[in-house]
Design a protein around this ligand. Structure first.
Ligand code: C2O
Ligand code: CU
Ligand code: CU
Length: 481
């Protein structure tokens, strides 16, 4: 039933490390090789599909085939022939019906990352397996008070996630605000990475890359290399940025322009926050306001240190400097003055609630059994085992402990986490995210309100190779009898 697991692949790979490191031979597409003349392409975004009268019905076909990447034909994965797949635009209270058609050669499924919807049945159920040639009808009901923000969808079949996401399967989901902030325009920026060989085909990562978390040689924005955006001075844009990379962290700067964060992951801050840079671990999203100032600026991706794997020669793992991801040119007559951004309601502070339970979850990496193990509380993922049982309607406090020398971005499905302490130090304000980076040899304490939905779902490291290798657990929310 289960395809060859990543873990097993690693063990096989361990027999001949050099042999599986395909990276040594053959040319890869690199920024340099595709930069000219295809860089600086006009801005483009994935196709937009919006709900009408409370319903959005879509068909998403996952397939391998010819796609346009950075203006060239390549062979990768896509939904409906696009990389990224279509953007799905919803409102709170809407219903999303998605038929997933699996035209890949491998098993897959669909996850709506960050959406506050039921994990059961044909909801956001990651235990569903859609075999090649089959399809599955998902049906998601958003609550009336669903937080606005930018979310995303991607496959989630354990053991296949990194290969399928890295290969191109992802797309944006937007949940509109009850009252949209006044902006000149909105943009979606799906940032992803991929490695293609000189024939434009997906290149398999080395065993080492599967341990560290694979980072692609090409970093793309909406499937393009360094596209150009244009605006007029004074215009205010809302950028919805998704880090859809499988392992790469992003540190984004837009020097010369004004950036304000409206929110991270889900929901809005009470007031926009002025920022110089935004750091997104894999899976995180930024809801960003950019107020354009005359001139040309680049959206730069700077290096982020995400620790080292320690044992394998001790080399550090950092998401390297990726240079300019996009160019923003601001010229012309100034745009009209826009009204101020209205304040948002102050979110509920879970520090005011006495937790029903406190737990510690320990994320670890180690050598054992002929390969490297990726565990939570000493155990690899087992879909049949329930690791945490919580009661619907209660608040819990979880201390996420990282016993390894690499960072792990920890993600919980369905219920957002409020960060209350980092390395034992309390944090200010209400910070709510669905991916929380836990630095190497440190810990982060979060509180979670297990409201509204019962059922089983998962939490895991969002370095997708780590998740595929076992760093995932099952949580079951039980309703009071
Ligand atoms: Cu974005 Cu469980 O994943
Ligand atoms: Cu998720
Ligand atoms: Cu990890």
């Amino acid at each position: 039933m289960q395809p060859i697991s990543r873990r097993r692949a690693l063990q096989l790979g361990g027999l001949g490390l050099a042999g599986v490191a395909l990276g040594g031979t053959g040319l890869a597409w690199s920024r340099e090789s595709v930069l000219d003349p295809r860089t600086g392409a006009d801005w483009s975004e994935p196709k937009l599909l919006s709900s009408e009268n409370g319903l959005l019905r879509v068909r998403l076909e996952a397939a391998e085939g010819p796609l346009t990447i950075a203006g060239r034909e390549a062979t990768a994965y896509g939904y409906n022939g696009g990389l990224p797949g279509p953007t799905l635009r919803l409102r709170p209270g809407d219903r999303l019906q998605a038929r997933l058609v699996n035209s890949l050669g491998t098993v897959t499924n669909l996850h709506v990352h960050g959406l506050y919807v039921s994990p059961e049945g044909n909801g956001d159920n990651v235990f569903v397996a859609v075999q090649p040639g089959e399809s599955f009808d998902y049906d998601y009901q958003l609550p009336e008070d669903h937080p606005p923000g930018v979310y995303w969808y991607h496959p989630h079949h354990h053991g296949m996630v990194a290969d399928q996401v890295f290969g191109g399967l992802y797309g944006a989901i937007i949940v509109e605000d009850p009252d949209e902030p006044p902006v000149t325009r909105e943009r979606v920026l799906v940032v992803s990475d991929i490695t293609l060989d000189d024939a434009g085909r997906l290149r398999q990562p080395s065993t080492m890359a599967r341990m560290m978390g694979r980072e692609g040689e090409l970093v793309l924005v909406n499937g393009q290399v360094r596209p150009t955006l244009t605006a007029r001075p004074g215009e205010r844009e809302r950028w919805r940025i998704i880090n859809a990379c499988s392992a790469r962290y992003l540190r984004l700067r837009l020097d010369g322009q004004q950036m304000q964060l409206l929110g991270i992951d889900s929901g809005r801050f009470p007031q926009p926050r002025d920022v110089d840079e935004v750091v997104l671990a894999t899976g995180n999203r930024a809801d960003l306001l950019v107020t354009a100032a005359e001139g040309a600026s680049t959206l730069d991706g700077l290096a982020v240190d995400r620790g080292s794997a320690g044992m394998m020669g001790g080399s550090g793992t950092s998401s390297g400097n990726v240079g300019a991801l996009a160019t923003l040119r601001v010229t012309g007559t100034p745009g009209p003055q826009l009204p101020a951004i209205p304040a948002q309601p102050v979110p509920v502070d879970l520090r005011d609630v006495e937790p029903a339970a406190r737990r510690r979850l320990t994320f670890a990496m180690g050598m054992g059994g002929g390969g490297m193990s990726f565990t939570i509380d000493g155990k690899e993922f087992d879909a049949q085992r329930i690791d945490q049982t919580v009661q619907v309607g209660t608040v819990e406090e979880w201390t996420l402990t990282n016993a390894s020398s690499m960072d792990h971005p920890v993600h919980l499905h369905v219920w957002p986490m409020q960060i209350v302490a980092e390395a034992g130090r309390p944090v200010d304000g209400v910070i709510r995210q669905d991916v929380v980076n836990v630095p190497a040899r440190s810990d982060v304490t979060v509180r979670v309100a297990f409201d509204e939905f019962g059922g089983r779902t998962v939490y895991h490291c969002h370095i997708l190779d780590h998740e595929d290798n076992g760093m995932m657990g099952v949580v079951e929310a039980q309703r009071a009898p």
